[in-house]
Design a protein around this ligand. Structure first.
Ligand code: ASP
Length: 418
């Protein structure tokens, strides 16, 4: 028991993952899937609930403290502008990597034609649902995103995890007001939030102690739920490999280069801090659920100041999705290749622009980018029904792109901190 306590978090999470996969595979081969659904899966759901439970108070409180600590409002606009600029740059870079990779490998040309009809029929219903959601997004005013950022009721915003930008807006407004009133006059407010922050960080420690079990349950359930889709893997192998290779280039080449050029942190230091976050992103497929751990590791283990991380990371979870944008580019061009559509250079540029914008609007939840991917497809005239071809393999790729999403946020936090 004492020995187990000494194991670092990432090792425990890894063991949890491995055991979960093993149990899931065993469940499939020995047919005790129901047992896993009924008795194991709920622990994964409880873990996800715990992560989501802490996300809103954590973002709210740490962002308020972050703004108060900046002491000068000019610092806020400087950090804000820099953050958004770097986020857009990394996203454009990620899409370019995706576009380059898919244009060279051309996985769409290898897709077996006989599978096309099969997949189309199989995912017809899901595609129709997503199409409806896309229509709603497309009917909105282009300024709708600004309207959505300003909550009409603070408590409604706090009551909905998907309203992260509204919470950020409230926290910024509140923090700025405290700074304007003066930290002496509003001294007890400052103390209150500082102390609340300590309590929340302790709560995260408790939740993380549960992470290995949560991850174990999530992986076991995932194996059971997706075991029927194994055949899809072989047909879409080249596509999956292309996405994986593009994501690997971003993680192992682009981010280390950015860190080397713009920060004093070594790749080793960075990975040491980021690894547990990446594991959690992988097993939850949700950068929003991973946020509490991302914030903790970025502050405590990467040494990024609280002022910076408490602003950059929650914003990043909502608008910076390098893995997602890269994936959307690969998926769009892959589908064009499968359907025999030749994309012009202009259309490629359009994909670059729409994938960048739509990744900003993607929520950090499992499969969050599917609806947004439809918008990318629609913009260049690729039939959105094509989505049926890639839905079956979406989950494992979602896990990988979420890893890139959170790593990107941590990289940018390090850069802004410098
Ligand atoms: N699952 C991703 C995330 O949470 C979003 C997506 O690409 O679907 O970051």
């Amino acid at each position: 028991m004492t020995h187990r306590k000494k194991l670092p978090l990432y090792a425990k999470i890894l063991i949890g993952m491995a055991l979960g996969i093993a149990l899931g595979l065993l469940g499939v081969s020995l047919h005790f899937e129901q047992f896993i659904h009924h008795w194991i899966a709920p622990w994964g759901t409880i873990f996800l609930h715990l992560l989501k439970l802490i996300a809103v108070p954590l973002v709210l409180v740490s962002l308020i403290i972050g703004v108060i600590n900046l002491k000068d409002i000019r610092n806020l606009s400087r950090i804000g502008l820099k953050t958004i600029l770097i986020y857009v740059c990394t996203t454009v870079l990620a899409v370019s990597v995706g576009l380059g990779m898919v244009s060279v490998v051309k996985p769409g040309l290898l897709f077996p034609k006989d599978k096309q009809t099969e997949f189309m029929q199989r995912y017809e219903e899901t595609v129709a649902q997503k199409e409806e959601a896309m229509q709603q997004v497309q009917d909105e005013s282009p300024l709708q995103f600004l309207v959505d950022i300003v909550p009409e009721n603070a408590f409604n915003a706090f009551g909905d995890n998907s309203k992260m930008l509204q919470i950020i807006f409230f926290a910024l407004l509140f923090g700025v007001a405290v700074v304007c009133v003066g930290t002496t006059k509003a001294g007890s407010v400052v103390r209150f939030f500082n102390q609340l922050n300590l309590v929340l960080l302790k709560m995260i420690d408790f939740i993380m102690a549960f992470a290995p079990i949560g991850v174990f349950a999530l992986m076991a359930d995932l194996m059971v739920s997706y075991s029927g889709d194994i055949g899809i893997f072989s047909a879409l192998g080249m596509y999956a490999l292309t996405v994986t290779a593009a994501l690997a280039v971003i993680i192992f080449m682009v981010y280390p280069l950015i860190l080397k050029l713009f920060t004093k942190k070594t790749w080793k230091q960075f990975i040491h801090a980021a690894f547990p976050v990446q594991m959690l992103a992988f097993s939850t497929s949700s950068s929003a659920a991973t946020l509490p751990l991302t914030m903790e590791r970025t502050q405590k283990h990467l040494g990024v100041s609280e002022e910076v991380s408490s602003f950059v990371l929650p914003v990043g979870v909502t608008i910076n999705m390098d893995g997602t944008s890269c994936y959307q580019a690969v998926a769009a061009v892959f589908l064009a290749q499968v359907l025999g559509l030749d994309l012009t250079f202009g259309q490629m540029l359009l994909i670059l622009a729409t994938a960048t914008i739509s990744s900003i609007g993607t929520p950090g939840i499992p499969g969050g980018s599917i609806v947004m991917l439809m918008i990318v497809l629609d913009s260049v005239g690729i039939p959105i029904e094509g989505l049926a071809l890639i839905l079956g393999i979406d989950r494992p790729l979602d896990m990988l792109r979420t890893v890139v999403n959170v790593t990107g946020d941590m990289t940018v936090a390090s850069v802004v901190d410098e």
